[in-house]
Write a protein that binds this ligand. Structure first.
Ligand code: ZN
Length: 137
């Protein structure tokens, strides 16, 4: 796999109001398969993985979890969708958000959160994504 695949693009990304609070939107068109942004944060110790109350934990693999709560990590604003336009790719212990298809300017970015997070935090309240709740505006 070429490293160039994981060079994040210089896309103009903005945080705006979305149907579920705040979301991350692109002002630029993004081609399919392009690397959009990296999900960054502090690597937690094993003890912290069990005690952290952060809502922005991201399990990179079995032994590495990142806390992406810092506001400089704009990828933290990307919401869940069951019909996403982005997907996660992990490469060399780092987390990248990739375009799953061509994305138009003004579109909100989404990826499919992992099942554990979905079952714990989203399913109990009901999923608000456009596929599950098409009437929510
Ligand atoms: Zn959904």
């Amino acid at each position: 796999m070429a490293k160039g695949k994981f060079t994040t693009g210089k896309y103009d990304l903005v945080v705006r109001r979305s149907r579920t609070g705040r979301g991350l939107f692109t002002l630029d068109p993004i081609e399919s398969r392009r690397c959009i942004v990296e999900y960054t944060g502090r690597i937690l110790s094993e003890a912290e993985e069990y005690t952290s109350k952060s809502k922005y934990l991201f399990a990179v693999n079995k032994t590495k979890t990142i806390d992406g709560r810092e506001k400089t990590n704009i990828a933290r604003y990307i919401n869940h969708s069951c019909r996403p336009n982005c997907e996660i790719d992990i490469w060399q212990g780092r987390i990248y958000v990739m375009a799953k298809r061509a994305i138009k300017p003004g579109e909100e970015l989404f990826y499919d959160y992992d099942t554990e997070y979905f079952n714990e935090h989203i399913r109990p309240k009901g999923c608000k994504c456009s596929k599950c709740s098409p009437d929510v505006r």
